[in-house]
Design a binder for this molecule. Sequence first.
Ligand code: LER
Ligand code: MN
Length: 286
Amino acid sequence: MIKSAVTISLVPEARGGPFIFWDDLHEACRKASHLGFDGIEVFPPDASSISDGDLPRILEDHDLRLAAVGTGAGWVKHKFTLTDQDSAVRQKARDFIRSIIRAAGSLQAPAIIGSMQGRWGGEVSHDLATRFLADALNELAEVSRAYGVPLLFEPLNRYETNVVNRIDDGVSLVRQAASDNVKLLADLFHMNIEERDFRLAFHDGTGHIGHVHFADSNRRAVGWGHIDPRFVAYWLDEIAYEGFVSAEALPFPTPDEAAARTMQSFQSAFRSRKPQPFEGRRATDA
Ligand code: LER
Ligand code: MN
C-alpha cells in the first residue's frame, strides 16, 4: 500500500526551499503523527544529524517510519557534486553521500541523490557527466545494498540540472549503471515541467520508481496547484507502485496548513474509493 510522508529540513542554508517542516525534528514528528502521516523524510546538514541524535526514539515514540534522507546539503553547504570537473570534488561528493547512506541505512531508509548530480559544462560533456554519475551510482548503490535499501536517484527540472530531467533519461542512466539497486525518485513538480504526459512517464518508469515527491504544479502543497492527485493515484496504481509519496512542498502559507492540506489531498486520492477511469491519455494515443 502506498504510504504518506512529509519533509523536514534541518539545513538553515536551504531556507526558502520546498520543505514543509523546519529545524525542530521532535515538533515536526509530533505534528506529522497527529495528522496521520506514515513517515518523515529528512533533509539533514550531515550524516551525524541522523546518526547521533535521538531520531530512532522520536520515530518510535510517534510511530513514524524514516521514508528517505536527502543528500542535497552536500551541494547547498559545500558545493560538492558527482559531476564536478575536479576529481577531488567528485570524491568529496561520494564521501558525503556515502556517510548519509550509512546513517539512513542504519534506520532502514534510502538516501536520495538529487542536486548532487550537478550540471555538465566546461570540461565536462553531457556524456562524461553521465559516465561520472553511472560510476558513482554503481559504487554507492552497493553501499546501500548492505543495508537492504535502494539508492534513490531524482531527475530534476531544467532550472536545477541539465544532466537528467525526465523519467526516461533516469531509466537510461539506471540501465547504464550496472547495479540493479538504483531506483528513481519521481517528483511531481519536476515532472510537471519536463514530462510530455504524466501517465506515459510513470509507464516509462515501471519497475524503476522507488519514491515519489508529492508536490503540486507550483511547488505548493498538493491541492493548491493544478495537478489532480486522483489521477496520480490512479496512474501509480497502474504501475503497481507501493512506496512513499512524500510531501516536498513549500511551507505556504504556513508549515501546519501545508501539511494539513497535503494530508487532505493524500486521503482523498489514495485512501478513498477511486473514481472511475481517470485515465487521461492512453499510452497508445501518444
Ligand atoms: C529535491 O528533492 C528537489 O526536488 C529539488 O528540487 C529541491 O531543491
Ligand atoms: Mn524532489
